[in-house]
Design a protein around this ligand. Structure first.
Ligand code: MRU
Length: 363
């Protein structure tokens, strides 16, 4: 069996006719590769978190909409566009918080609208190019995020992370875990504490799995143990990913992240958010404006238990994400460098300095 590091999280098959993903709901027990074709299969894979993590769902949606476009049988632009838009809206509705999903679909749609004068088969060929480019750029961005992240870490450092913002959440390397993987390539070692991340256990199941496969000294802790681990002096920095960063630097990430940030502030530990500029949404002014996905109650009451672990009919609150206030964030590490407070200025600067190469949201 190949090592998990050798698999691609999200890809197109050789005939460009199927979306190929690792079914992350089966990890770490089983590495199952899925070949998905229909829009419903791809929608469900995103909704059920078979493919997950903000950048990875962006890439999956780009491949997914290409596959949908390929199946539209017409030579007439306006009926092509009508069907295309329907498929795109459907995929976008799978998950509302991670802005990369909408970002990738908007980028793909631009290819359609900017080439209205071309034949439908030419448009389909351009869509294929664009979705491949989105994936390649994601790999490149993650590597660069890793370089910038490494600049604030010493060999042997203790890092605490929450959820999975690793290679399983992106095309390669990850965001929050990119410095760790990159450091490993260079013979460095880190001690990583991964919160199990209730309720879907991305930290225990996924981060621990990929970190151990890379030979990283990995310790899983329950979410409520982070304070003790910090108090013990074992954490030099917190590295987390993000699903959407607002223009003022408020950062939305997996539920529980904001609590970790509050603890880090208490113990004087630097708290870094790592993500590509495609996750920065300058059109969303503050964290209060970010839509938070609510998930089914069963994920808390039934999913990981042989028998239900909460009384039948109990009320459940299950938001998938929370917002970390910008005041708690030491730096936002992107492929273009590290933004520091005040974020209202530094995030804007990231885009203006990089000109058109920084195609962030809201630009
Ligand atoms: O619900 P998930 O598993 O898709 O949530 C993922 C996260 O919150 C990640 O930290 C975030 O998407 C960044 S992934 C590089």
């Amino acid at each position: 069996m190949k090592d998990i590091l050798a698999f691609e999280t999200v890809a197109l098959d050789d005939e460009n006719s199927k979306l190929v993903i690792i079914d992350q709901t089966q990890l770490p027990g089983r590495v199952e590769i899925l070949h998905l074709e229909t829009q419903q299969e791809i929608f469900e894979a995103i909704y059920l978190l078979k493919v997950r993590g903000a950048p990875a769902i962006g890439v999956a949606a780009a491949f997914g909409i290409y596959l949908a476009a390929k199946r539209i049988q017409t030579e007439d632009y306006s009926s092509f566009y009508q069907d295309y838009k329907k498929a795109s809206d459907y995929l976008e509705s799978a998950r509302p918080t991670a802005v990369n999903l909408a970002w990738a679909l908007r980028r793909m749609e631009q290819v359609v609208t900017e080439n209205a004068d071309k034949s439908i088969s030419q448009i389909k060929a351009l869509l294929l190019q664009e979705c491949r480019a989105i994936k390649e750029e994601d790999t490149d961005m993650c590597r660069r995020i890793g370089e910038h992240g490494l600049s604030v870490l010493k060999d042997g450092a203790g890092v605490l992370t929450h959820c999975n913002a690793g290679l399983l959440a992106t095309s390669k390397y990850g965001t929050a875990l990119a410095p760790i993987h990159l450091g490993r390539e260079r013979g460095m070692n880190f001690r990583v504490f991964t919160d199990e991340t209730r309720p879907l256990l991305q930290g225990a199941r996924l981060s621990a799995f990929e970190l151990m496969a890379d030979g990283v000294d990995t310790t899983v802790i329950c979410d409520n143990m982070a304070s003790q681990v910090m108090k013990n002096g074992w954490v030099d920095a917190v590295f987390v990913g993000c699903d959407r960063v607002a223009a003022n630097g408020d950062a939305c990430n997996k539920i529980g992240t904001s609590g970790v940030a509050i603890l880090a502030k208490h113990y004087g530990i630097p708290f870094y958010v790592l993500g590509p500029t495609s996750t920065i949404d300058l059109s969303t002014p503050t964290g209060d404006d970010i839509p938070i996905e609510q998930r089914p109650a069963e994920e808390i009451t039934h999913m990981w238990y042989e028998k239900p672990m909460a009384p039948d009919g109990v009320k459940v609150y299950n938001p998938a994400f929370d917002v970390t206030d910008h005041e708690l964030i030491t730096g936002i590490i992107t492929e273009h460098g590290i933004a520091r407070p005040p974020y209202t200025e530094s995030l804007k600067e990231l885009f203006t300095k990089q000109g058109t190469s920084a195609k962030g949201c809201g630009e």
